[in-house]
Design a binder for this molecule. Structure first.
Ligand SMILES: *Cc1c(COP(=O)(O)O)cnc(C)c1O
Length: 369
């Protein structure tokens, strides 16, 4: 926390505006619009998941439609496709950014078109805060005239060629869940190119009330608006966003240094200078054949024995029981990452003492290698 969150929350109490309107909502949205630049319009919602759901609705996705989605992601990227009764088509990762593979993407699109069902939208993710291959993915999307829903839930504070993540899609999505780079306790936002589209999103998010003195509804509504209290937390958090990004990047540098002499471990790093990653999580890939059998799981257990929590990377969606029956295009990049990859402690509140404990576990584990 920045320390100012509670002052903004107090403002909501003082104004007696605790629900779906108030100065915190307006200011938090303005802060985000200013931060993202690029003439963005931001609507604050109750979660990143609700932003994806409304984003797909704004892109016209309906029951029976096909929607393309990166397989290597958190399930919240894909669940809203099923909320709408649409069919997900999952795409492998490329090995540079671990995100949507443009080659498999094009294959899936041409194949779907040949089967008479052109996909309605492409969901692309900035996994662990590393931007996807912006230009290559955009080129394929434009070639076939399919809009991009940019899931930037993990990408706030990242940028590509100086442009902030969240502004590359036809619609962008942010999350302020408790584990993200900044938090509003729970929350999210939709990023649009026009005010009209933002207004439409907020219309859906507040039960689609028509302009009438009574309750009149001509479209399906949702209860997805962020509260003015949560937005107060968000205003305070915006003051520390850049600091949080810097601290996460410091953790990444720490791991690059720690594993520099350990050939079997690669710290996931953005491919070149064009990519600025917030490194929401620092992650590694472990090659057991180079380490006398030390693999991802033995590393995880070594950390666990010292009460340090680590987790495997996201399990790809096409391998999940709920999604495995849907089409998948690609090879085994995402699967291999899941087998060999580990998320390491990455929080912006880690101390030198915490880092010393992490270092000790690693040095002990690899001392005979
Ligand atoms: C966290 C996350 C979401 C969902 O955001 P919530 O605010 O938790 O609903 C969606 N996509 C990705 C990639 C995420 O990491």
């Amino acid at each position: 926390m920045s320390g100012h969150e509670q002052n903004y929350v107090q403002e909501a109490f003082d104004a007696n505006l605790l629900a779906s309107e108030g100065s915190n909502l307006n200011s938090f949205e303005q802060d985000l619009e200013k931060y993202l630049g690029n003439q963005s319009h931001v609507g604050a919602l109750s979660s990143g998941t609700s932003a994806i759901h409304l984003g797909l609705i704004l892109l016209g996705v309906q029951a029976g439609d096909a929607v393309i989605c990166q397989s290597m992601t958190f399930s919240a990227s894909a669940n809203p496709i099923l909320y709408l009764g649409a069919t997900p088509i999952f795409i492998d990762s490329e090995s540079e950014t671990w995100n949507l593979c443009p080659i498999a993407l094009e294959e899936a699109i041409t194949d779907s078109i040949a089967k008479g069902r052109k996909p309605k939208a492409i969901i692309a993710v900035h996994l662990y805060g590393v931007p996807y291959q912006i230009e290559a993915v955009r080129a394929v999307a434009n070639q076939y005239g399919i809009p991009i829903l940019e899931d930037s839930a993990e990408g706030l504070g990242s940028s590509y060629k100086g442009q902030r993540c969240g502004t590359f899609g036809d619609i962008g999505v942010l999350s302020f869940n408790g584990n993200k780079i900044i938090t509003t306790s729970g929350g999210g936002a939709i990023v649009t190119k026009t005010k009209a589209l933002k207004d439409k999103a907020l219309f859906f998010a507040t039960q689609s009330r028509d302009n009438a003195p009574h309750y009149q509804h001509s479209e399906i509504g949702y209860n997805y608006r962020m509260s003015n209290i949560c937005a107060g937390i968000g205003r305070g958090q915006m003051e520390v966003l850049d600091t949080h990004v810097a601290l996460r990047r410091t953790m990444h540098d720490f791991y690059v240094d720690l594993f520099a002499a350990i050939a079997s471990v690669t710290v996931f790093t953005a491919p070149n200078e064009d990519y600025f990653a917030n490194y929401w999580l620092s992650t590694i890939v472990v090659e057991p054949q180079l380490t006398k059998g030390i693999d991802r799981e033995s590393m995880r257990l070594a950390f666990e024995a010292e009460n340090i929590e680590c987790r495997p990377l996201w399990k790809p969606m096409h391998l999940q029981p709920i999604f495995e029956k849907y089409p998948y295009y690609g090879k085994r990049v995402a699967e291999t990452l899941f087998e060999k990859g580990l998320c390491l402690p990455s929080g912006s509140n880690l101390t030198d003492e915490n880092r010393a404990r992490i270092r000790e576990v690693v040095l002990k584990l690899f001392q005979n290698n």
